[in-house]
Write a protein that binds this ligand. Structure first.
Ligand SMILES: Nc1ncnc2c1ncn2[C@@H]1O[C@H](COP(=O)(O)OP(=O)(O)O)[C@@H](O)[C@H]1O
Ligand SMILES: [Mg+2]
Length: 299
């Protein structure tokens, strides 16, 4: 897949503090890329720099094959932090105005507005003033506004922040379908792991302005440490002492359950325990999730 976005050594300081510190990042066309990191990690600042909304101190950005900061905005749409509207106007009027700025008018604008309202599920509410809109509706309207320009790539900065669980699900479904159905490449930032795991195929984990791990969700889950097994044995403590430390690391013991880390296959662990005179009543791999990877990376 060709690259939609390549960022090299992007750096941006506020005073003496580096909010973004030599950040490398790669988004492929068709990705739903999860830009993951705790609050204050530098996600918003990095996105603003990438989009040319604030200056960067250093680094290179190639966006949709273009390094020119003006041209590269073509084909790109973004919602950074909380979207703003003219709240005395209706949603449709807000979209009209955005369309005029984007060079649309007349019946082609009317059709475009009907299309994007349908896409985000706001047809029934389009003629209400946005003053009365909920946060979830505002986010969807902001996405509708982005879609007016038929972007190839969309940047969403914590789009589910502050939404209730139903609103979060709507937003996840919408983001997924923009990628799957409309073929839009998406970069979505979040501090919520479950969310990123649910909708993203690739993930970058950022902390203190630096990229700490990047890859497909599957790769990240496979990477890092050796597999961990949950083992049940009546003489758990004795087994923990008997297992040779060069091949087996006992992470913890709790009653008759041990957590054992090893590069060897599960069969070898079972055989070794048997040879040492222990019978295992259970041996099961401990599934890792993105949260484990996240915590390991941030440790
Ligand atoms: N306008 C600003 N002025 C000074 N410091 C800022 C500004 N914006 C962000 N920062 C600082 O930069 C760091 C990264 O912030 P931000 O990019 O908002 O992180 P995130 O979006 O991951 O929560 C934080 O330490 C934050 O306090
Ligand atoms: Mg932010």
């Amino acid at each position: 897949m060709p690259q939609a976005l390549t960022v090299r050594r992007l750096t941006r300081s506020y005073g003496s503090r580096k909010a973004v510190d030599a950040l490398d990042l790669e988004v492929l066309e068709g990705d739903v890329y999860g830009f993951l990191g705790p609050n204050g990690a530098g996600k918003t600042t990095a996105m603003r720099c990438i989009l040319g909304l604030i200056r960067r101190d250093e680094g290179e950005v190639t966006l949709l094959g273009d390094t020119d900061p003006v041209r590269q905005r073509r084909g790109v749409a973004a919602i950074i932090e909380t979207p703003a509207f003219h709240d005395w106007m209706t949603a449709r009027q807000n979209l009209m105005q955005a369309g005029w700025y984007g060079g649309l008018s007349g019946s082609s604008l009317d059709r475009a507005i009907a299309r994007v309202l349908e896409r985000v599920g706001l047809v029934d509410r389009a003629d209400e003033r946005t003053r009365g809109y909920s946060l979830g509706m505002r986010q969807r309207l902001a996405i509708a506004r982005c879609l007016l320009g038929e972007p190839r790539m969309l940047f969403l900065d914590e789009p589910t922040n502050g939404l209730d669980p139903a609103g979060m699900k709507d937003m996840r479904d919408l983001v997924r379908s923009l990628a799957m159905h409309d073929g839009i490449t998406v970069l979505v930032s979040s501090h919520l792991l479950a969310e990123v795991q649910a909708i993203c195929n690739r993930v970058g984990i950022i902390d203190r302005g630096r990229m700490r791990a990047e890859g497909t969700v599957a790769d990240l889950l496979k990477s890092a440490d050796q597999p961990l097994y949950r083992v049940r044995c009546a003489s758990a403590v004795a087994l923990a002492e008997a297992l040779p430390a060069e091949s087996f690391t006992v992470e913890s013991t709790d009653g008759d359950v041990l957590l054992v880390r090893t590069a060897l296959p599960a069969e070898d662990l079972n055989r070794r325990a048997f040879e040492l005179g222990f019978a295992l009543s259970m041996l099961a791999p401990v599934e890792r999730n993105l949260e484990d990877v996240f915590l390991e990376v941030l440790a």
